[in-house]
Design a protein around this ligand. Structure first.
Ligand SMILES: Nc1nc2c(ncn2[C@@H]2O[C@H](COP(=O)(O)OP(=O)(O)OP(=O)(O)O)[C@@H](O)[C@H]2O)c(=O)[nH]1
Length: 407
């Protein structure tokens, strides 16, 4: 699970997905930020099917070979050559493709390996036919193209990989046919079959990939929206809850100090009442964007809990920097210089309540939130536009003493 860092990452991702959904890309490519995730999903989604495909191909080779041996070939003159192609060339290539697929580190080689395996099998089969090695057991001329079409589509080769590979393949295949038959006009029938097979493969792959891309975008959008505050496109409370579980799980192997700040816009009711709800919404968005820059590490988070309240979680930040970090949040909003309708030079400001715990303490975000909220209350009572921070005392070796409720 990858958690969004602050809201900037989430907003950028939401924007990229929305744009891709609104403008379907007929050329089958997403912006780089989405492309990698899509490819991972596309290939891994049918991992089992690909393994099955490789096993089926191996089984076909075995059956083909055995049947030749037992039934078809009373004259064994050609068998060594045919078996060398099958077992010496095709079989190792398929096994190599399978090993690559099963190995996590070599996974990126899978598609090229699959294309290579397809090439070798189809050209091998065709070469056997053309060279007369399968005399007495004539494979239908359509075998290779049909195998390529169905194999490529069921293995979900991506269109832009299949296109150059298909062109190279069809040229090699045509060369075998032309050399065997003697001239292009005489080989026209075979070449036509090859080009039809290539076109069918490409059309099938294009349609399949296009549909898959649309479905993936929609799925990603739904997932993102379930974890995003619709108005600001910032992570919502659900992400904070999930982060709590992640931090607790992570703390067992990698304990880190945690800090949490609750940030609330000052006198926002007056802002809203005097400038209107739309201006209020806009102000919340701008404050959210500014605060989002305060998340730096993988498990840092800036989210909007609702209303004009935000929460920042810092993972692995030293306790000594807590006040500076909280002040930076406050100053970042002040620097926006959004005029407050209260008059004078007063810009929109925030109050910040922040707490932190050392690495030895169980990171209970609920308890941290209640403690930080109590600090926020202190900051508000002290006049607003300020920070109140506390290094939490722990009652036992592992628990946080959180106030039952905000006073
Ligand atoms: N525009 C807008 N206003 C909101 C939204 N959510 C909550 N509010 C308003 O935010 C205001 C919060 O007011 P209060 O809780 O009284 O706090 P405050 O006026 O900011 O005062 P202090 O927090 O004590 O400084 C209310 O007027 C809410 O209507 C929102 O999504 N958009």
């Amino acid at each position: 699970m990858t958690l969004p860092t602050g809201s900037v990452g989430v907003q950028a991702r939401a924007l990229a997905i929305r744009q891709a959904l609104d403008h379907p890309r007929p050329w089958l490519h997403f912006p780089a930020s989405l492309e990698t995730a899509f490819r991972h999903w596309y290939v891994n989604g049918i991992r089992g099917a690909r393994i099955l495909l490789a096993i089926v191909v191996i089984a076909l080779l075995v059956i083909n070979s055995l049947s030749e041996w037992l039934i078809m070939r009373p004259d064994a003159r050609f068998l060594p050559g045919a078996h060398f192609i099958q077992w010496g060339i095709e079989f190792p290539v398929i096994v190599l493709a399978l090993v690559i697929h099963l190995s996590h580190r070599l996974r990126w080689l899978w598609d090229p390996a699959l294309i290579l395996a397809g090439f070798v099998i189809a050209l091998g089969v065709e070469a056997q036919r053309v060279l007369g090695l399968t005399e007495g057991f004539e494979l239908p001329a359509l075998f290779a193209p049909v195998a390529i079409v169905s194999g490529a589509i069921s293995a979900r080769l991506r269109f832009w990989q299949a296109l150059p590979a298909g062109v190279v393949f069809i040229l090699a295949w045509s060369a075998i046919e032309i050399i065997h038959i003697g001239s292009i006009p005489q080989a026209a029938n075979e070449l036509f079959v090859g080009f039809v097979a290539l076109s069918g493969t490409l059309v099938g792959l294009y349609g399949q990939e296009y549909q898959a891309r649309r479905a993936w975008l929609q799925q990603e959008w739904n997932r993102l929206m379930a974890e995003t505050d619709a108005m600001t496109l910032m992570p919502n409370r659900r992400v904070l809850t999930r982060l709590g579980s992640t931090l607790r799980a992570r703390a067992r192997s990698d304990p880190q100090a945690i800090a949490l700040a609750v940030i609330d816009i000052d006198h926002f009711k007056r802002y809203n009442d005097q400038l209107g709800h739309d201006a209020g919404d806009d102000c919340i968005r701008r404050v959210g964007r500014a605060l989002a820059t305060q998340a730096h590490r993988e498990l840092d988070l800036v989210c909007r809990l609702g209303g004009e309240e935000f929460v920042v979680v810092w993972h692995g930040r030293r306790a000594e920097t807590l006040f500076t970090d909280a002040e930076r949040c406050r100053q970042t909003v002040r620097d926006l210089a959004i005029p407050h309708p209260d008059g004078g030079d007063r810009p929109v400001t925030v109050s910040v309540g922040a707490v932190c715990i050392p690495a030895s303490v169980d990171p209970d975000l609920d308890a941290l939130y209640r403690c930080a909220d109590a600090e926020l209350y202190i900051a508000k009572r002290a006049g607003r536009d300020r920070c109140s921070v506390r290094h939490l005392q722990v009652s036992g070796p592992e628990t946080i003493q959180a106030p039952a409720a905000v006073p």
